[in-house]
Design a protein around this ligand. Structure first.
Ligand code: CP
Length: 315
């Protein structure tokens, strides 16, 4: 699903809803801006206060550590006011609709809403509803997590020098993963040579959804010769529904161990969006090992979110 509505008439970002269909140049501009902001952050001069006078509201209807904190830090470091909206103590608990909540906060001159919601379609519905504020999708059902896709692309580009031509294996619960979908959309846009989706057959998506990806339920085959391995969290209750598998047997068949990682290229990059289940989808020594970029992904998340906020809200 693509969203033409996230671009304005001049092709500039108006909202960030999905990477699906987003032009390569738009994605690369975000990555370039993020890299520039990162260099400035680590340099001698303060960051430009591009978002001075702007107000960003975090509206998280699902739990989050990385995305929520990094949006908060990104906005504050560029000078914005940030409101971390507390859903539990808000009038949504009295039955106010999310559209009415948004309209109420927009009337207080909020400039952007960072939205995480379990229902597919919520960010786009809110984008259709706003008068002037931008909507940033911070994770939507199993459909999209565009800033995660962008930070993953930046991490790959940093460590491999390019995305073009790379072989990427994405492993785990692909069917329920918004990260897998946004990664595929971003990798495709930047020219990855092959994308393999791997997991137990019940956790693979319908092939028609990913006609240009290879599907594989054998982890060793999926990893062969890969440049990048993206591991995904598996919920324990999902493992319980897989016949004949428990946490240990899932790890034995689909966990990324050092022995299994040796099937990928010797310099293969190991990634994971977090939170990680050590000893289930990934062994601790791999998660913490020299090939792991997991904490680089987290660090890059702040700069990618800065870049997106700056593009959407710069006056
Ligand atoms: N990667 C990610 O979305 O993590 P959080 O759920 O902690 O935000």
């Amino acid at each position: 699903m693509t969203h033409a509505s996230q671009l304005d008439a001049d092709g500039r970002l108006r909202h960030l809803l999905t990477l699906d269909g987003l032009p390569r140049a738009t994605i690369e501009r975000v990555l370039d801006d993020a890299a520039r902001l990162r260099a400035q952050w680590h340099g001698p001069h303060a960051l430009p206060q591009t978002l001075d006078g702007r107000t960003v509201v975090n509206l998280f209807f699902e739990a989050s550590t990385r995305t929520r904190t990094s949006f908060d830090l990104a906005a504050r470091r560029l000078g914005a006011l940030v409101v971390n909206f507390d859903i539990a103590s808000s009038s949504t608990s009295k039955g106010e609709t999310i559209e009415d909540t948004l309209a109420t906060l927009e009337a207080m001159d909020a400039d952007a809403f960072v939205v995480r919601h379990k229902e597919n379609g919520t960010p786009a519905a809110l984008a259709a509803h706003t008068r002037h504020a931008a909507i940033l999708n911070a994770g939507e059902g199993n459909r999209a997590h565009p800033t995660q896709g962008l930070l993953d692309l930046l991490t790959i580009r940093d460590r491999k020098g390019r995305v073009d031509g790379l072989s990427v294996a994405i492993c785990g619960d692909i069917r329920h993963s918004r990260v897998a979908r946004s990664d595929v959309h971003g990798l495709r846009a930047l020219g990855a040579a092959s994308i393999r989706l791997c997991g137990p057959a019940p956790l693979l998506p319908d092939a028609a959804e990913f006609p240009d990806c290879a599907m594989e339920d054998d982890m060793d085959k999926a990893l062969a010769g890969a440049d990048v391995v993206v591991m995904l969290r598996i919920q324990r209750e999902r493992i319980e529904h897989l016949q004949g598998l428990d946490g240990d047997s899932y790890h034995a068949r689909y966990g990324l161990t050092r022995e299994r990682l040796a099937r990928a290229k010797p310099d293969a990059l190991v990634m994971h969006p977090g939170p990680i289940n050590r000893g289930v989808e990934i062994a601790s020594d791999v998660a913490d090992g020299a090939q792991s970029a997991i904490l680089d992904q987290v660090a890059n998340g702040v700069f990618v979110r800065m870049a997106v906020l700056a593009q959407l809200l710069k006056r």
